[in-house]
Ligand binder design. Structure first.
Ligand SMILES: [Zn+2]
Length: 60
């Protein structure tokens, strides 16, 4: 049985291998929080691209 760790974001108990724990340096997220964070990263990336496009389309 894998040991239980607490999700770094919401504190929920999650099963992860010790290997994952050390790889992530203790910052382990449950799948829900992982999805949320990935979504946020994708959104901010999209916003960055959009603002870059606006910047390039500005007439001078
Ligand atoms: Zn969580």
């Amino acid at each position: 049985m894998s040991p239980l760790f607490k999700c770094f974001s919401c504190g929920q108990d999650i099963e992860r291998s010790k290997k994952t724990f050390w790889k992530k340096k203790g910052h382990i997220l449950c799948s829900t929080c992982q999805d949320k964070i990935e979504e946020e990263i994708n959104l901010s990336r999209r916003n960055n691209i959009k603002s870059l496009e606006n910047f390039q389309q500005r007439p001078y």
